[in-house]
Ligand binder design. Sequence first.
Ligand code: THU
Length: 160
Amino acid sequence: MSHDAWRDAPELRANPELAALVAQAVAVRERAWAPYSGFRVGAALVGASGRVYLGVNVENASYGVAVCAERTAVVSAVAQGERRFREIAIVTDAPEAAAPCGICRQTLAEFALAEIGQDLPVTLVSLSGAVTRLQLSALLPLAFTPRSFEVRPVGATGPQ
Ligand code: THU
């Protein structure tokens, strides 16, 4: 099977902008550090500004230290002053398009579901061509968010 089979997915053929985002996630996935699981993940997160933040999973000889691709992308965005997101694409070589782990869903929800009516389109892609598009709220219904406190988090200053 071609490594580029994902390019033929109808959802991506119909949406060149999304395909370009997925291409960035495919490319950055090559930089994942996953010598223990062998499972490399690439993520491309679009900020409200249009800027794209990339992430990969980074494993460790002390296995529990591993960080997922989705979280490295979010951490990078927040460090660069961006906290509102338009879209995320996540790429693996799993047979089916793999969904983000629970911790990553919660990390995304902190920013993507914090306001009423907010949501985040998530595109899950396997290199083999399986594509799933859904909203973060479908991956994490009834999310616990900053809104659950009914107050803004203390120290939430800087770019909003
Ligand atoms: N992984 C991610 O990067 N994202 C997920 O949502 C699920 C799991 C990584 C963590 C670990 O490096 C490898 O995949 C196997 O679990």
